[in-house]
Design a protein around this ligand. Structure first.
Ligand code: AMP
Ligand code: GLY
Length: 422
């Protein structure tokens, strides 16, 4: 089969690599891609926000399957535009992608499906937001209702900071809403389920590091690193979340007449009162995908095609490698605020020589002189596998030491605590 991947991050680089390893996949293209993806697949320019352009590209390339990475494309209707042209698509319709596009909508479906989540209030003005904050108390959790690339959430003990964030969300657009919710304690887990709208197949769990600095300090980002498996997680976590969270959501979306086909990402908190959903995303997570796919032994093209064509129940169970994986994101100067671009990147080839290491590109480009340069906030996702998390972690940081990018920064504590126990 021929596959077109939409997107330009390290998540898409990982997807392209895994698809190329499936012997039933004869060709992989990517749009718009990045400098690393261009090294392994044909890339084409496309506006990720233009569903018709994505549909036309898929038609022109005569592909059998389109895999859509970014939430902005899904929320804009890219999957609908592809399916309208009779091409199989891995990714939800615009209507189903509202599970990520609107936190208020997601809360409503969770209530219908009886899925455990934080108590929340949807607020339309600052007086309502202020009252909701007092109802739940500190720490305050204030969320922009719409898409904000992982940066729309503020969790703080500082009431003024919480109110300031609410005000800035309201000022983003007329009619903007803010969700205020109770604080969930406990470790976070990202669990992905692949679904054809009826059957859901859970993947292995991963943990993401959302804050920009070591020790979970600083503002939230798109994600600074991840690892899998989670040696500390309860044994029945995956089966339990599949049964009590993922399957009920898939059933609720189908019953509403907006079946969810693609990847349903549950962001979970394992609280002292049980597992709670923090959020749903409508696509592969970044950087969790880099570590989850590094461990997946089953052929990815076949799995995604089965989901896109309603045949997941016919697939054999997924197979996993007995390896651990760690990814560490190298971010540009001043990420997540206003990242600087155009800086030269050195050492990627040497880093790729480290055993088990795969340097996945995110915001990279080639300048007119033919040199590799930074082109986004998250620049590289240095991914490594090993027998244990400790080895994978050592390899990832060993590879990072060989890479230079002026002004860049990365977290030094990705998987540090978990690797001590497994
Ligand atoms: P979200 O975009 O909803 O995933 O939120 C981003 C991050 O904010 C999450 O990964 C959590 O670290 C944090 N967060 C969100 N909601 C809550 C909550 N109710 N309690 C505690 N932390 C939260
Ligand atoms: N890693 C968080 C996300 O993909 O939203």
């Amino acid at each position: 089969m021929k596959v077109l991947v939409i997107g330009s991050g390290a998540r898409e680089h990982a997807l392209v690599n895994s698809l190329l390893h499936d012997d039933e996949v004869e060709q992989v293209s990517c749009a718009p891609g990045n400098a690393g993806i261009a090294g392994v697949a044909d890339t084409y320019p496309v506006d990720p926000l233009d569903p018709e352009a994505i549909g036309e590209l898929a038609l022109n390339l005569v592909v059998d399957l389109v895999v859509i990475g970014p939430e902005v494309s899904l929320v804009a209707g890219a999957a609908d535009a592809v399916r309208d042209r009779g091409i199989a698509c891995f990714g939800p319709s615009a209507a189903a992608a509202q599970l990520e596009g609107s936190k208020a909508f997601a809360k409503q479906v969770m209530a219908e499906a009886d899925v455990p989540t934080a108590l929340a209030r949807v607020c339309s003005n600052i007086a309502e937001a202020s009252a909701a904050m007092d109802q739940f108390g500190a720490p305050y959790v204030v969320k922009d209702d719409g898409l904000a690339a992982g940066k729309g959430v503020v969790v703080t003990n500082d009431r003024d900071e919480a109110l300031t964030h609410a005000l800035s969300c309201f000022s983003r657009a007329v009619g903007a809403q803010v969700v205020i919710e109770e604080f969930l304690d406990g470790p976070e887990v990202s669990l992905f389920g692949i679904t054809d709208g009826t059957t859901i197949v859970p993947l292995q769990p991963a943990q993401d590091f959302k804050r920009v600095r070591d020790g979970d300090a600083g503002p939230n980002t798109g994600g600074m690193g991840a690892y899998s498996p989670l040696p500390w997680a309860p044994e029945n976590l995956v089966a339990d979340v599949a049964k009590r969270v993922l399957q009920p959501m898939v059933d609720a979306m189908r019953n509403r007449g907006t079946p969810f086909v693609g990847l349903l990402y549950a962001g979970l908190a394992l609280t002292s009162r049980g597992t709670r959903v923090i959020e749903f995303n409508a696509r592969f997570g970044d950087p969790e995908t880099q570590v989850v796919l590094a461990r997946l032994a089953s052929p990815l093209g076949r799995v995604l095609m089965a989901a896109a064509t309603g045949r997941l129940a016919d697939l054999p169970p997924l197979a996993w490698r007995q390896e651990s994986a760690v990814t560490v994101v190298i971010a540009a100067h001043n990420y997540p605020e206003t990242p600087r671009t155009g800086d030269l990147i050195f050492g990627v080839a040497a880093a790729n020589e480290v055993p088990g290491v795969n340097v996945l590109h995110a915001g990279t480009a080639v300048n007119p002189k033919g040199q590799l340069v930074s082109a986004g906030g998250r620049v590289l996702s240095v991914t490594a596998t090993g027998d244990q998390l400790a080895q994978a972690r050592e390899r990832a940081y060993g590879a990072i030491a060989l890479i230079t990018l002026a002004g860049s920064h990365f977290r030094t504590d990705i998987a540090a605590i978990a690797s001590a126990s497994g």
